[in-house]
Design a binder for this molecule. Sequence first.
Ligand code: NAD
Length: 299
Amino acid sequence: MQKVAFIGLGHMGGPMAANLVRAGFTVTAFDLSEEALAQAEAQGCRRAASAQEAVAGVDAVVSMLTTGDVVKGVYLGARGLLQAVDDGTLVVDCSTIAANDARQLVAAANERGLQAIDAPVSGGTAAAGAGTLSFMCGGEKAAVEAARPLLEAMGANVFHAGPAGSGQVAKICNNMLLAIHMIGTAEALQMGVDNGLDPKVLSEIMRASSGGNWSLEKYNPYPGVMEGGPASREYEGGFSVQLMLKDLGLAMDTAAGSASSTPLGALARNLYQLYGADPEHRVLDFSSIQNLFRRPAGD
Ligand code: NAD
């Protein structure tokens, strides 16, 4: 497998496509955004004028789009990519979408005689750039194995969670937990700062103690603690509040479908809802939930 089409070159897709180029794949890229396309071209991707043009003659299509509706709009229907690709093309959707949407996409691809998997990722933009993402795959084992060389060029871990849609269920469980520990980390750091502690010192202490967690270690929400993280660049880039709200909505739908009790997930969604009511907050990185707890200067 050598030729790959990459659809959706945003915060995550851009660096993922660049890693495929670095690994020796020929990547034809498409995004609705001219800026994203230009960046991908600068990283060695070939530019296509449409998604249909991008998939012509490729061995695999990888997509990193935003929502289930966007993914279904791109792949399904008379003008969808499932109709445009050659026979034998492998379909790998890495977007975080509802498990039922992923199942629908895989079923439609299978009906057309194509192998397809859902392969959402964990790790954030830093891991996308470093090629150390974790892929959580749903689909047939043979399809996951066919996708493995591609996924290993973009990530450090490839997990097969189960049949189609299972990657999305794993991803949504993970992101619900992520939201919960990000909020918990933000409130603990603020309480420490409000009581005179240096957030760097407190972070170091908690990291080495029983409060240690990924948000604290890899994605510290308090400005100035971690160089290069979204908190130290005014929460720009990274994983937006808007996308976290989407994932928490998917988590609540999933919980409702299985009658699971998720009280902390529901609270986390409410807090992000409250914070994200301001449109300026919705585009910031999700670690900016720290702002909900910070006091105005001088208070
Ligand atoms: P993003 O908004 O930065 O990128 C999405 C890209 O898709 C944009 O460049 C947009 O122009 C493009 N796009 C939208 N509709 C299109 C269409 N019809 N055809 C072609 N291109 C189209 O989003 P992102 O942060 O890269 O996230 C992508 C997915 O990955 C989401 O489902 C998100 O939940 C998930 N995710 C994000 C992160 C993160 O840290 N950002 C981490 C893990 C998973």
